[in-house]
Design a protein around this ligand. Sequence first.
Ligand code: ADA
Length: 610
Amino acid sequence: MNRRKFLTVAGASAVTLGASGLGFSQIREYGLSTTADLSGEWDFRFDPEDSGEKLGWHRDQQASGWSRIRVPLSFNAAFPDHANYHGKAWHRTVFRLPAPESGGRTLLRFLGVALRSKVWLNGQPVGEHLFPFTNFTLDVTEAVLPHDLNYLVVMADNKVLDRAIPDTRWTGWWNCGGINREIYLERKPPAYLEDPIITTRMEGGDRWKLSVRVPVRNTAEKQSGRLRISVQDSARRVLWRSEAAMPLDQGTAWREFHKTMKNVAAWSPEHPSLYSLLVKLIPDQGARDQKTTRFGFRQIETRGTEFYLNGEPLKMRGINRHELYPGDGMTVPAFETRQDFEDIKKLGCNFVRLTHYQQHPRVYDLCDELGLLLWSEIPAWQTSPETLSDPEVWETYGAPQLQEMIEQNRNHPSVIIWSVGNEFHSNLPAVAGYVREATRFVRRLDPTRLVTFASDQRIKDISFDSVDFIALNEYYGWYYGSFDEVGPMLDAVHTKWPGKPILVSEFGAEAVLGLRNPQANDKSRDYSEDFQVLLLTSHLRQMLDPKRRSFMVGETIWVYNDFECPVRGFHPKPPPGSEHINRKGLVSRHRKKKLAFAVVQKIYSDAAKG
Ligand code: ADA
């Protein structure tokens, strides 16, 4: 998602409805001009019998049967006795806001409701969304009541379906259902700006070609207006201004701007220089709109078996990160999120694979600021060949989920890789078909980034022809094989696909924080911190071996943080207390560092010195 201005409106307050007779715990009053955050205490109830809709819970205004929940928060985390609940759950709140200006729109922006959601306002259905990790916006203008009480009901369903993405093979992390991320209420004039598409291309020296496409949505009568755009650096110096007539037909219209920019600083992990695009929409009649979007001048490409960032060879030192925190489920607070990425930067990483889904919008903003390259993925986690090759699944879950991920994150310079999934049967023709179609689709939407998936098939894979580079998940010395098989496996893959860069997208071992065994050896697999150090050291040595430098573009350790994984069985048998936790983190669930953290820090820092 682009960096939007989410202003919590001064004067917005939540009033407890003591003797009002209404069932709702709170009513939110807004003196609303731009945007209000609906976070806070909402009413809540589980719906294990799936009877809520039949019983009219979307219209229910009584107190009985409803308890309270903090929004946003995964319901599985809010109610520990329902940690493994899979099904529907209902959330409701009530708010009041003044009438909009004539013809103005009222929008509800949802940053993430899992796994699927349905929304009612004042008893009217206003929209549905089928994906857990992407944002969605509903225009509720026709349903909202100015000056009066507005009853907002959000039903979230985290039952995993057979034919969906993710499908029932998904057991990779805790299925946290509910309103995992904030919901915003936003007022817009009748004609308003949507997210621009900003692309940058190197033209040589310090010259960059900047292209901007601005979409304007007009919900009122046809008229005309003007667009004013400007580019500012981080000190707010204006580097370029332009203005153009903008016909405001009904629906969405686009306007393009192009400019060769000189003397701009490229964005890179070492120098994450950011710029802002300001767009103003000035209709001949009615209110103006404006939007600020941050971006960077950055170009990623492959040349032979290497990656080039802004024309310079790039090696990626990386780690995977899951968006989970004890007590908060997938609703990781802003402070902890920042700490994670600052810590990852200190580890010596320049790259993070966001496994296995689009994370909170603040993650992308942070990585732009800190200088961390990103891989962003849809949750096609070990999805079955039957699901992936089903055309209806592609139409309903595959293509739209990829499209939303790309449209919501494409102005972030940090994002350099789109991934169409993880560890599916990419050794089978049906799955190779999915990879072909999905990568083609991604390139059509965004030809400026690299596209791939994480494979666990190694030499047996038959889908690599479709991708820009090969990404391999390997667990030698943990789930199978021995430490010293890593290098030979990489060489074999390189021999079979000599023209493709190779990244190791996962490797790691479990370690329980504080469990020590100084006698650990490469066979012990004993969940000790010492074994984890041995495995990571050996794997990294083989990956960073100068003889593989010509085709290895980087490596991504599994994983930054330990995390809840209640369904999956781990092997070898974990020690008591670890049965439902993936302990392959370099830090514990509470972010306490294991021995391996400092060891990897040293290896990555030596590798950066070349
Ligand atoms: C897989 C998967 C990860 C994680 C890992 C593990 O490779 O891609 O999500 O579950 O295994 O820890 O076993």
